[in-house]
Design a binder for this molecule. Structure first.
Ligand SMILES: [Zn+2]
Length: 363
């Protein structure tokens, strides 16, 4: 009798293990990256002929035109975002080319940063409560916080951002997720030589904006953290594209976009050369909102700017089919990312308000 029960238990256990493995994906780590206010128009069509005129690109020719311009929009977008179009488009997926009826939108109706990031990170729009960019601790729990509550991820979730509102969006205080953002420095007793240098340079190179640091600081802090802390879940929020755009610097906007593309390549190559991450990490890339399309409105976004709720997203990883530039017609929202991340990790998303899993991103 005892033997029989043991066998039965063993059979049940094996059955459960098999059932589990069938819904278990290869993804063990997540890297989420956002580029603030990066338009889908440049992602899919490269430099915009309407805007290159205004910034002196045509007049001064030289490297800007050489670097970014071509009559063919497919070549233009490769010049602007080589990692997107040489790697993501071959091994991953890029959503949001409206020419194919592949639509990605904010589901919030604010079309500016905090509501956009709240939607990506917590999985739903909250127009009632998240309707300003003020430094108010997010009442919503983000997927980062949910993961940090689980023993297997606790202390292995980290966030880096250029904008100093991120500690509030992630609710660093309540969530316990460390957020290095704005002009925060690397902290701790055993800082690496690089971290000490980045700390010093951040003091010396203040950049043009008050609440947003230049992206190289965010990027290099994050790179050091990958090497040093090996986070299982990493969020990096680049900010320059939005601020250059608000300042009407289309040339700087393009330069930043291309630099960020190269940063993403660097992170992906680092991941794919490290046994903890290699072929076990899904990287998702998106933006918090779109922008206008006219010569003046491209600088802005928000509910009063038509089409500023049009966005894009991309993914690459061991569970994501190589769909490339997605041409299937449909409507996606950034509110669907949080649950998709949990599904990739083999977990149920704890908040029913979150958008549905993006089935196409998971095989
Ligand atoms: Zn923004």
């Amino acid at each position: 009798m005892i033997k029989r029960n043991l066998l039965l238990t063993l059979a049940l256990f094996l059955g459960a293990a098999q059932a589990f493995s069938q819904t278990n994906y290869k993804t063990e780590n997540i890297v989420l990256i956002t580029l603030d206010g990066m338009r889908w128009q440049e992602v899919f069509k490269g430099a915009d002929s309407l805007l290159v005129d205004d910034t002196g690109m045509i007049k001064t020719a030289g490297s800007l035109l050489e670097d970014f311009w071509d009559e063919n929009s497919q070549i233009r977008r490769e010049k602007l975002l080589p990692f997107f179009w040489n790697t993501l488009a071959k091994e991953g997926q890029i959503y949001g080319n409206r020419a194919y009826g592949n639509f990605v939108n904010n589901s919030n109706s604010m079309w500016f940063s905090y509501p956009g990031y709240n939607e990506v990170l917590s999985g739903f729009a909250d127009d009632e409560r998240i309707n300003s960019n003020s430094k108010i601790n997010n009442p919503n729990v983000t997927f980062l916080e949910y993961l940090n509550q689980r023993p297997e991820y606790q202390g292995k979730v980290m966030a880096f951002g250029s904008w100093d509102v991120f500690p509030y969006i992630v609710n660093e205080e309540r969530s316990g997720v460390p957020v290095n953002a704005g002009f925060d420095k690397a902290e701790g007793n055993n800082l690496t030589d690089r971290e000490l240098l980045i700390n010093r340079m951040q003091d010396e190179i203040r950049g043009p904006w008050g609440g947003v640091r230049l992206d190289p600081f965010t990027h290099h802090y994050a790179l050091e953290a990958i090497k040093k802390h090996k986070p299982k879940v990493l969020y990096i929020a680049y900010g320059e594209t939005d601020d250059w755009a608000h300042g009407n610097h289309y040339d700087e906007y393009l330069w930043s976009a291309r630099q960020t593309d190269d940063y993403i390549r660097e992170i992906w190559e680092m991941i794919q050369s490290d046994p903890q991450y290699k072929d076990k990490t899904t990287m998702i890339i998106t933006t918090d909102h779109g922008r206008g399309t006219s010569k003046t409105s491209w600088r802005s976004h928000g509910a009063s700017i038509p089409v500023a709720g049009q966005i894009w997203m991309a993914a690459i990883g061991p569970d994501t089919p190589a769909g490339g530039e997605m041409k299937v017609e449909g409507q996606w929202y950034s509110a669907r990312i949080a649950r998709t991340i949990f599904t990739l990790l083999g977990l149920e998303y704890p908040d029913e308000k979150a958008g549905a899993v993006i089935e196409e991103m998971i095989q």
